[in-house]
Design a binder for this molecule. Structure first.
Ligand code: NAP
Ligand code: FER
Length: 316
């Protein structure tokens, strides 16, 4: 928390072709950990003193842009701040009649799209198959499990509290799940809850949970490498059990996945996700921290599992 500083500054005035947004909710996400390192790959690094990167949903309160009027709701990468001036680049309009606008950062936003494209395009589950999702009670994982259920799969998960397990099984229709923080033997627990093995593994966490799951893959299983949160705070990769022998023996695949590669297809997925939400087939939960002052703690809390469902920060 001491690595973040909240500063007051004057709200900028929008110029010609620009509009001013009042943020309502800020998203904090695990990927932000990767921004706080010396620049790697194409991920944009945030340097000390920079405005922290992040997506916000809010209301246009003044516009000199032909495509936006005051009162429009929008989502965009406005950073960790309460007000922002934008020229509309990378901004998406949000329909507040569809669902509460906060969902544009969760089930109807980047995490929901991650679940949708990761599962359907990489996991490719078929009805009757067994799907396992690690990090099952998070923003992405909770949607993955429900989409797998809707596809007619048997769905199992891991998560870090009994309350999360109860939510998944009793409210979201997961077949079963285990609490990895109280488990004495991950392999035995995964085997117990997946007696027919695993056809699709949607991995949000990596680490020892993944080591255990990889031993239980079925022939031609597909692993979606979506997230490796157990490793994001490591300075150098931990030596670990190696999954390739399991992939070989089961003629299985594991494939890295990035949601941004599907950006041209977001408009195909969002109406489908919204429709499932409207019909009550896709449920979601949000954990909301109050005020931008709480953003650093909310972000760090992701790595301790303090959130159930999507972690947000209320700005207004
Ligand atoms: P989230 O699951 O809502 O929040 C993170 C969760 O991770 C925590 O609630 C915690 O739950 C769990 N966790 C934290 N440290 C852990 C550890 N050491 N071992 C096991 N679990 C741990 O976050 P999200 O936004 O839905 O993201 C989930 C994963 O997907 C992340 O790895 C993220 O990087 C990845 N992701 C990838 C893409 C992509 O395009 N590839 C896009 C979005 C997200 P517990 O209580 O269960 O520990
Ligand atoms: C994430 C983890 C990693 C994520 C993106 C990445 C959007 C991208 C990593 C990279 O480009 O190297 O949760 O979410």
């Amino acid at each position: 928390v001491a690595d973040f500083k909240i500063v007051d500054s004057a709200v900028l005035q929008p110029g010609e072709g620009e509009f001013l947004v009042r943020g309502h909710f800020l998203s904090v996400d695990p990927y932000m950990r990767g921004l706080l390192r010396p620049k790697v790959h194409y991920l944009r690094a945030v340097e000390p003193g920079d405005l922290m990167f992040g997506e916000v949903v809010g209301e246009v309160i003044e516009s000199h842009h032909s495509g936006y009027v005051a009162g429009d709701y929008v989502a965009g990468h406005f950073g960790w701040q309460e007000f922002a001036v934008s020229n509309g680049q990378g901004v998406r309009k949000v329909d507040p009649s569809l669902a509460p606008i906060s969902t544009a950062l969760g089930v109807l936003g980047m995490p929901g799209l991650t679940a949708y494209f990761g599962l359907t395009e990489v996991g490719r589950p078929r009805a009757g198959e067994s799907v396992f999702v690690s990090g099952g009670a998070g923003a992405v994982g909770s949607v993955v499990g429900q989409l797998a259920r809707i596809s007619g799969c048997r769905i199992s998960a891991s998560a870090g509290t009994d309350e999360k397990i109860a939510w998944l099984v009793e409210e979201l229709g997961f077949n079963n799940a285990f609490n990895y923080k109280t488990s004495k033997d991950y392999h035995a627990d995964v085997q117990r809850i997946c007696p027919h093995g695993i056809d699709v593994y949607f991995d949000n966490v990596g680490g020892e949970i993944t080591d255990a799951v990889m031993r239980l893959l079925n022939r031609h299983a597909r692993t979606v490498i979506c997230g490796q949160i157990a490793h994001y705070n490591e300075d150098k990769p931990a030596p670990g059990p190696r999954p390739f022998p399991n992939l070989l023996a089961h003629e299985a695949r594991a494939e890295g996945f990035l949601v941004f590669s599907y950006s041209r297809r977001y408009n195909e997925a969002l109406p489908r996700l919204a429709d499932w939400v409207r019909r009550g087939e896709l449920r979601y939960r949000e954990t909301v921290a109050e005020g931008i002052d709480q953003a650093p703690e909310a972000f760090i809390g992701l790595f301790q599992g303090n959130n159930i469902g999507k972690q947000l920060v209320r700005l207004l």
